[in-house]
Design a binder for this molecule. Structure first.
Ligand code: SF4
Length: 291
């Protein structure tokens, strides 16, 4: 069973400084025919498809195309699992209660199960998005959440990303102060793919490349434009480097790649994400997102 982040666009008007992808207004968005190929190559055992970016509402035509194509495939019985469809957004498009309610209701009616609004206040405010005008009693987001809840729809979530949270040191977030950079993190592929029980998690970037890591740092395992995701995962789990990453973690992977630095032994365990990019670059694998 797979959860997929379908990151179909790198375009975004908000330019949060903590963005790990460096999304920007002119960022790449999948063409419609690319989107169709990628969706048709998803695993039929997918349980959650998260449409995200970049900012998915900034490329609304592409978002709607993805939703329509997913609806067609579901109708044809492509998925075994009746996957849930989620959208993650900055909420920059929310102007007032009526407009936001109509928008969310429309998406719920075409099969969206959940809309997650990330309220990263300080960055949003820099772009003129005043969450003070949206959140709180009698404010649009709170009001539509209550209305939708009363109507029985449980899929509208607003969650904050506190500005003092540590950020992963990738993309635009690299320019944050050292204090703002995350010191430790557990490695997602390591553990999730090692353990046979439970859902696995993959990310597909706007070029259709499939990654075992949300941050897209280890090399991509191949393109979902051409190859079914199930096949890509099966072949990645036969690759000695990927097998070492998912079963033994980054330190052992660095040894396998011949770039292990003994002086940094503890950091491989304590701070794997910070070590990861240099490990793969030093081994001439290159960061996955740039391949
Ligand atoms: S250590 Fe590397 S592979 Fe693991 S989560 Fe961090 S960036 Fe991804």
């Amino acid at each position: 069973m797979y959860k997929v982040d379908l990151r179909f666009t790198n375009a975004c008007p908000v330019l949060c400084r903590h963005c790990a992808y460096d999304s920007r207004p002119a960022g790449k968005t999948m063409e419609n025919r690319e989107m169709e190929s990628v969706i048709e190559n998803l695993s039929p055992a997918t349980t959650i498809i998260m449409l995200t970016g970049g900012e998915p509402f900034y490329r609304k035509g592409s978002l709607m195309h993805a939703l329509e194509h997913l609806a067609e495939l579901r109708k044809d019985g492509f998925f075994h699992t009746d996957p849930k469809i989620h959208i993650q957004t900055s909420g920059y498009w929310i102007k007032n209660e009526k407009q936001a309610y109509d928008e969310v209701k429309n998406l719920a009616n075409i099969g969206v199960n959940k809309i997650m609004v990330t309220s990263d206040d300080i960055y949003h405010r820099e772009r003129g998005i005043e969450y003070g005008n949206l959140l709180g009693n009698n404010k649009p987001i709170s009001d539509i959440a209550v209305r939708l809840y009363d109507e029985g729809w449980r899929g509208f979530d607003v969650y904050g990303v506190p500005v003092d949270n540590k950020k992963h040191p990738f993309g635009r977030a690299k320019s944050l102060s050292r204090k703002a950079i995350r010191k430790s993190s557990s490695c997602m592929p390591h553990g999730m793919f090692a353990d046979e029980s439970g859902d696995k998690y993959v990310t597909i970037d706007p070029y259709g490349r499939v990654h075992l890591c949300l941050w897209e740092i280890p090399p991509s395992i191949g393109s979902a434009l051409e190859t079914p995701v199930d096949d890509l995962i099966a072949s990645a789990l036969n690759d000695p480097v990927m097998v070492t990453l998912v079963t033994e973690g980054l330190g052992e992977t660095a040894k396998k790649l011949g770039v292990f630095d003994k002086k940094l032994t503890e950091k491989y365990e304590e701070n794997p994400c910070s070590m990861c990019e240099s490990t793969f670059s030093n081994a001439n694998f290159g960061p996955g997102r740039n391949k």
